[in-house]
Design a protein around this ligand. Sequence first.
Ligand code: SAM
Length: 297
Amino acid sequence: MADSGPTTLDDLLRAGRQMFAAAGVGDPALDARLLVEHFTGTTRADAITAPQRRVEREFADRVWAAFERRRNGEPVHRIIGRRGFHGLDLLVSPATLEPRPDTETLVDSMLPFVREVVRRHSRCRILDLGTGTGAIALALLSQVPEATAMGVDRSEGALATAVQNAGDLGLAGRFTPLCSDWFENVSGRWDVIVSNPPYIRSDGIAGLARDVRDFEPPSALDGGPDGLDAYRQIARRAPEFIDPDGRIGVEIGFDQKQDVTAIFLAAGLEASGSAKDLGGNDRVLIFASASPGKAGT
Ligand SMILES: C[S@@+](CC[C@H](N)C(=O)[O-])C[C@H]1O[C@@H](n2cnc3c(N)ncnc32)[C@H](O)[C@@H]1O
């Protein structure tokens, strides 16, 4: 097919759909469309209004190479190298997790508090632990112009991606990267601490969908023997770094609400809220400092 003469948009879309359906990967129609659009620089409207549009050989070859990668299980957004998150178009790299729609629940849950801090203090200092692409911090910054954020990650590669995203989005002036093992190199007090840490049990990784298991960086997934290692480390030191009136928001696995709540309460924090994702699963927990004298918000 790749060498059989002129290729049209429709030829490519049909071939992609058939290839993915036969291989049993993803959503064949959607994946074919996203790859064809990205690698030919066309839009959905082009495919509808001009399906016989010729695609130059150079671009068709790129589409075929992308189809091959998808057939081998690589996720579409990794092949494209970008993923939408909370209205932002983010670069993803081999060092970063692809930001997920579930994580938008954490952004939405923390936004009202970030705005409230800005109303009170005309600024809000956000610390994003395990920032990856910078997704959570950058989404909050994009919504609240008075806020600033530090994005922490242990992976230099992830931080480079986050910095590039901040620059592309015009947010570099309010985003500071920091290479650190959770709080190790962090100083000061923060109005908001957010984190979507690795929370998959080590022995559950082999059973994850191939898209995730084979293509996401293991350091973004593995939460230790019971999946809770990162929460223990973050909760243990969070009281030193959270402002007395601040809030800590963490993403959790669907079955971790009780365990993660117990970890943060044992560290001396107070439960302050929770949220479910669009699928109705427990996804976000919010904690507040239990220190006396904190504002009653
Ligand atoms: C589940 S990913 C979340 C990425 C991004 N925040 C998001 O929501 O899409 C977890 C991130 O934590 C980082 N990480 C893992 N262990 C860490 C540690 N000990 N200190 C700092 N970052 C860590 C990983 O490199 C990864 O980027």
